[in-house]
Design a protein around this ligand. Structure first.
Ligand code: ZN
Ligand code: FE
Length: 256
């Protein structure tokens, strides 16, 4: 049972890169290194040696630091088999249902297509931590660049089924805008309004709103709630199929 130390590194405009350290084995992973330099700095500061590079998907703001970090450390790059051609320096190809050890910490791989077709998430059950890239955001979800609404909804439902106390470590700080959109979909959700106030307070102090608790996402994130009647009504589709409702929410958000 290895509980990871997790550090968050804000990079570029709004990306989050994560360092995962297993004190027992001294193994250290980076998740979605958009750039190498801030990661190197933090590793040096903590006296950690990088052993694993985990990518959720192929976009450059998630893989841009792969090669420099691999060259500097010899760390192994892990990514989706389906995206092997598009993940720089990939060593280990993984797919849905795979598990592996990061030091002594168990990682489970979930396939979550939608934002891209080969998108995966890494779940570390002993640390209650989910690294979901651009699939689920705090109060939002990723754009459908490659997949369909049906695929993304199925992916989000997989994530929704994880334990209540799961912490969602997404890859971008988009929460404030997401909250404003969410309020338009579900005006009478008191918990959503309360969360929005909390988010505004955090951001006004320059604090991150990520990670967030999955239980709270279930109650306040419209993209996890396309099967809830108040959300269906909120986008003018009472009684409609969740996939249709999800697609409509996603389209409205694209234009927001
Ligand atoms: Zn992306
Ligand atoms: Fe991204």
């Amino acid at each position: 049972m290895a509980k990871l130390q997790i550090e968050q590194i804000p990079v570029l405009t709004d990306n989050y890169v994560y360092l995962l350290h297993d004190p027992e084995s001294q193994a250290t992973a980076v998740v979605d290194p958009a750039v190498a330099e801030p990661v190197q700095e933090r590793l040096a500061k903590n006296g950690w040696r990088l052993t694993h590079i985990l990518n959720t998907h192929h976009h450059n703001d998630h893989t841009g630091g792969n090669l420099a970090l691999k060259q500097a450390s010899g760390a192994k790059v892990i990514g989706a088999r389906q995206d092997a051609q598009r993940i720089p320096g990939i060593d280990t190809e993984v797919t849905d249902g795979d598990s592996f050890l990061m030091g002594t910490a168990a990682a489970m791989v979930m396939s979550v297509p939608g934002h891209t077709l080969g998108h995966i998430a890494y779940w570390f059950p002993e640390s209650q931590a989910l690294f979901c890239g651009d699939t689920l955001f705090a109060m939002g979800c990723g754009r459908l660049f490659e997949g369909s609404a049906e695929q993304m909804w199925a992916s989000l439902m997989k994530i929704r089924g994880l334990p209540d106390d799961t912490l969602v470590y997404c890859a971008h700080e988009y929460t404030q805008t997401n909250a404003r959109f969410a309020r338009m979909v579900e005006r009478d959700n008191a918990e959503l309004l309360a969360r929005m106030a909390d988010i505004d307070a955090k951001r006004s102090h320059g604090l991150p709103t990520v990670p967030s608790l999955l239980a709270l996402e279930r109650r306040t994130n419209p993209f996890l709630r396309a099967d809830v009647e108040s959300v269906k009504k909120g986008v003018g589709l009472p009684g409609a199929d969740p996939v249709q409702v999800f697609g409509e929410i996603r389209r409205r958000k694209d234009a927001f």
